[in-house]
Ligand binder design. Sequence first.
Ligand code: ADP
Length: 256
Amino acid sequence: SGIIATSAMILILMGFLIWYLLHWVGRLRTIEQMKDDFTHNMTHELKTPVAVAYSAADSMLRYYDQSDEARNKQFLKIIMQRLSFLSGMIENILSMSMERFKTMKLNIEPVAIKPVVEDVSGMMGLKADKPVDINIDIPDNLSVRADSLHLGNILSNLIDNAIKYSGDSVNINIKADDRSITIADNGIGIEKGNLPYIFDKFYRVTSGDRYEAGGYGLGLFYVKQIVELLGWSIDVTSKPGQGTRFTIKFKSDEKR
Ligand code: ADP
C-alpha cells in the first residue's frame, strides 16, 4: 500500500544521502589530527538514527497490518523523527566543513519561535535515553527574524548538550522585553578555566566525569557562527556541579 511504498522510498533516499555524506566526510582533510576521531564520531552519530529508522520500516513491512493504524502511525513517526534529525545533522556538517560561514546565505524571515522550540524539545526529549523534564516559557505570537532551519539546529545543539552533560531538567525561557533566549540545565557544569574555549572549533572538555558523552566539539562552534551571522550574541555562565546557562540575545523589532 501507499505507506509501504513511502517508507521504502524514504529508506532508499536516506541510503543515498548517507552514502554521499560519508563519502564526502571521508574526504575532509583540513585538520589532519582530528580527522579520524571526527569521522568516527560522525559515522556513529549518523548510523544510530539510520539503524532506528531502518528497523522501524523493516518491522512495518514485515508485519504489516492495515487495520492497526495506531501502530503504523507510530512507526512512521519514528522514521520521520530520525529523518528530520539526520537532515539537521547534514545541514550542520555541510555548513561547517565547507568553511562557508562567512559567505553563507541565510534564509532570514520572521519565524514564530514557540513552535520551533516546542518541536525541537519534543524531538530531543524522545532522543534522550533518560527521562528529561523540558520546561518551556515563551510568549505566544513572538517572532524573531531568523533562518528557521538554523534556528532549530541552534536550539537542538544547546538542548542536546544540556541533556548530554547530565541535565535532567532543562528550562527554556524567552523574554520579549530583554530579547533573550535562555537555555539552562542542572547538569555537571563547566569549570571556569574551560569556559572561554567552549565555542572554539573542535574544543571539548575531556575531564573525568564527562567520559562517555560522545561528540566532536563542533556543536557550539556552529551555534556561535550562526548566532553571529544573525547579528545576535551568545553568552554562557556555569557552576560546576550545578548547571550551565546559555543566553542568546536576539535583535530588536522582532515582535509581530
Ligand atoms: P561536544 O558536545 O560535541 O563535545 P560542543 O561544541 O557542543 O561539543 O561543546 C563543547 C564542550 O562544551 C563539550 O565538550 C562540553 O564539555 C561543554 N559543554 C557544552 N554544553 C554543556 C552543558 N550544557 N553542560 C556542561 N558542559 C557543556
